[in-house]
Design a protein around this ligand. Structure first.
Ligand code: G3P
Ligand code: MG
Length: 345
């Protein structure tokens, strides 16, 4: 990837720092830019549109491929965002392709979770919407869910004919991935309990639990409503509580996303790639970035993650999202500001 205006980026060459920007509660609430985010982002480019300051979006959200998210962010914010600059909660799922490449896996969540997984390289993935539709009466409440007929963004991804020659009901599900926030908690919890307690064959006898992966473990996040909304971590608690009440063995799972230190390590590598792709025509050796700023709104996720990742991370907490006070007692940020624009200043 190259950036426009590459020739006029001397500041970037001298800049020993990079920025990781949280999205929900810092850049956007719903689809609405907040905290002067378009102006703040414009300052990271030179007047000809070349990148002056390396930055990435580091969000626990998702549900669409990184390329699509980059296009959406470019439109909403008025800057040219490259797909490589978008790291979502589910981005690390890519690493699991060698393990599940040809196995039947289920992708859960809003947006197009199966499309996300197929773009990563999983060849036999079904969205929960699609998978559940093969089982008659698996959700006894479905006749009452009239709203489902009008759901926008219903996952239209269809697997190729070859992988679907076998009826999905008789194929063992080898893993379930919670890619983005569940839209229909009652159906998803029911069918996930079916998959997990039967070794991946709903309706059949009990067997050992297949692996379960969550893109993040956020208890809540900031959307358009004035107070926080329940996130994937809340969904995980609900599923785990129900699963553990109806099974002998406790539910096993892995959560990705912030605050895991590996997410910050990866962001550091991606920021260096952004620098390299921007200055490659200059034939100049780039030194490692001396400081990496995490600008986030959630102390237990963004600030905790940056603190635990350690050097060279420096945490900045905004007051446009989950946090509204002076500083957090358990995970105090290195700096607290009102908005992302102030943070960039
Ligand atoms: O669903 C999204 C939410 O859990 C967090 O998004 O951008 O604040 O990391 P973000
Ligand atoms: Mg946030």
């Amino acid at each position: 990837a190259t950036f426009r205006g590459v020739k006029s980026t001397p500041i970037l060459l001298k800049t020993p720092f990079g920025i990781a920007l949280d999205i929900d509660g810092v850049i956007l609430r719903g689809d609405t830019p907040i905290g002067g985010s378009p102006q703040a982002l414009r300052r990271l480019y030179d007047p000809s549109g070349g990148l002056r300051i390396p930055y990435v979006f580091l969000t626990n959200g998702g549900g669409v491929p990184e390329s699509r998210r980059a296009t959406e962010l470019s439109k909403l914010l008025g800057v040219h965002v490259q797909p490589t600059q978008v790291i979502q909660g589910h981005s690390p799922f890519k690493k699991l392709v060698p393990r599940f490449e040809n196995e039947l896996i289920i992708a859960v969540g809003k947006g197009e979770p199966a499309l996300v997984m197929s773009e990563y390289g999983f060849k036999n993935v079904l969205s929960m919407d699609h998978y559940a539709s093969y089982f008659e009466n698996i959700d006894p409440l479905s006749p009452f869910k009239h709203w489902k007929d009008q759901v926008a963004g219903y996952d239209k991804y269809s697997p190729n004919e070859k992988s679907m020659q076998n009826d999905p009901c008789s194929q063992r599900v080898k893993a379930a991935f919670i890619v983005s926030d569940s839209v229909d908690w009652s159906r998803d919890i029911q069918v996930l309990c079916d998959i997990l307690s039967t070794g991946g064959l709903p309706g059949k006898e009990r067997s050992s639990q297949p692996p379960l992966y969550f893109a993040n473990d956020d208890l809540s996040y900031q959307s358009l409503f004035p107070t926080e909304r329940l996130g994937m971590g809340a969904f995980r608690i609900a599923l785990e509580s129900i699963y553990n009440s109806t099974n002998d063995k406790a539910m096993q799972y892995t959560s990705y996303g912030k605050p895991n230190p590996s997410v910050f390590k990866n962001a550091e590598n991606v920021l260096m790639q952004v620098v390299r792709s921007t200055i490659r025509h200059h034939n100049i050796e780039q030194n490692p970035l001396k400081t990496l700023y995490m600008i986030g709104d959630n102390p237990t996720v963004d600030i905790r993650g940056a603190k635990e990742a350690g050097h060279p991370w420096f945490s900045i907490l905004t007051r446009t999202g989950v946090f509204k006070g002076t500083n957090h007692s358990l995970y105090p940020a290195d700096m607290v500001v009102d908005t992302v624009e102030e943070a960039v200043d």
